[in-house]
Write a protein that binds this ligand. Structure first.
Ligand code: G3I
Length: 352
């Protein structure tokens, strides 16, 4: 009898032995997520254990973007999203759909066809969203319907986007309307970066959001990507989050990481100021993560807390170093998948 019991206990002991740090999701009043690259993820035992241990929300880093779904006209690839849905369903995790319409994830064949036949683009958008959101109706909790529709810096729309050039700024609300028609229960977000600190960009977003609310455009929430630096003042983050929350919409910190160095927002545009990571930097980063959670809980009413999602939770896989060509340490776990002081700072914020 005892022998059977012991063998039953082995798997539980093994998993719990490997992850001693407390579970983030078990200490949080709102969903906690991270972006995942599914193929690499499924091959990495430790990454999978950590993801199940800490997170109850899943965002696909790239797998659900347009260039992955419709590689050529009329050819929709659902297999990987189907696999992701199997995984999140099996592990009782919320799936967040990133992202339906984004200039940077629009396949070249779509851009090319739109340039020669502008009227075609709206028909394509309607078909794409109807097929995609419709296929996963009730299985994808929310979508970044439009990502980064505003200028990188300052006010105004990203007018160089093929979507803006072809359909004008109305492409944004049309995407929301098509998504809502395809799945009326899905939560629909506008997602962007630097809106927590660039007040001109933030004001442009708020003007758009308030116009949408005025005209009953079906929008449910705002995604603050929250790719921040250590030196971004908490006061400005608190101000923008508070104003955004005053709309009554869901607020999602959708792509959180906190870097030490800086960049000019262009690919390879990193500015390497800090070449080494010191204990003092690690401890300061822990405080910054704790303060970010405190600000979120203080400024966003519980009913509007859609959650906090990391854009990768470890320094080994972070997009920052690849994209900006710098060495940085933005995440709560280190390159060896061990928790940093930032992990405990974030956890303290959840517990506060
Ligand atoms: O996987 C292939 C690899 O096989 C190939 O050798 C290599 C050659 O370029 O490309 C690899 O794919 C790259 C993919 O990341 C995986 O690393 C794509 O080229 C590259 O474009 C893609 O970049 C992603 C980027 O969005 C553009 O889609 C980043 O991983 C991803 O972190 C980044 O995420 C964005 C959010 O979606 C929106 N907010 C900003 C955030 C950071 O840019």
């Amino acid at each position: 009898m005892y022998k059977i019991l012991f063998f039953l206990l082995i798997p539980i002991i093994t998993i719990s032995q490997e992850i001693s740090e407390p579970s983030l999701k078990k200490h949080s009043e709102f969903p906690i997520g991270t972006s995942i690259r599914f193929v690499e993820f499924m091959k990495d035992k430790k990454l999978k254990k950590l993801q199940k241990h800490h997170f109850d929300s899943y965002t696909a880093g790239n797998d659900m973007k347009m260039y992955q779904i419709v590689t050529r006209e009329g050819n929709y690839n659902w297999a990987r999203v189907d696999s992701i849905i199997n995984y999140t369903t099996l592990n009782n995790q919320r799936l967040f759909g990133h992202t339906l319409i984004w200039h940077s994830a629009t396949p070249k064949w779509v851009e090319k066809k739109a340039m020669s036949n502008p009227q075609w683009l709206e028909k394509f958008m309607k078909e794409y969203i109807n097929k995609y959101v419709g296929r996963y109706k009730g299985k994808v909790d929310g979508w970044d319907v439009v990502n980064e529709g505003l200028n990188t810096k300052g006010s105004g729309f990203r007018e160089e986007s093929i979507w803006y050039k072809t359909m004008g700024k109305k492409y944004i609300e049309k995407a929301f309307k098509y998504a809502h028609k395809a799945d009326p229960k899905a939560k629909l977000f506008y997602n962007d970066f630097n809106i927590e600190r660039d007040t001109l960009k933030f004001n442009s977003m708020m003007k758009m959001i308030e116009d949408f609310l005025e005209r009953d455009v079906p929008i449910s929430g705002i995604g603050f990507q929250m790719h921040i630096r250590m030196d971004i003042p908490n006061e400005i983050i608190e101000y923008t989050l508070k104003r955004a929350a005053s709309t009554g919409l869901q607020i999602h910190l959708s792509e959180v990481d906190i870097i030490f160095n800086s960049h000019d927002d262009s690919k390879g545009g990193g500015i390497q100021t800090y070449n080494n990571l010191t204990t003092e930097m690690l401890n300061e980063q822990a405080i910054k993560y704790e303060e970010l959670v405190n600000i979120y809980k203080k400024t966003v009413p519980k009913s509007q807390q859609y959650g906090i999602t990391f854009w990768g939770f470890n320094d080994r896989d972070t997009w920052i170093n690849r994209f900006f060509k710098i060495k940085d340490w933005p995440c709560i776990y280190d390159e060896k998948l061990n928790p940093k002081p930032a992990f405990y700072g974030f956890l303290n914020g959840l517990k506060n």
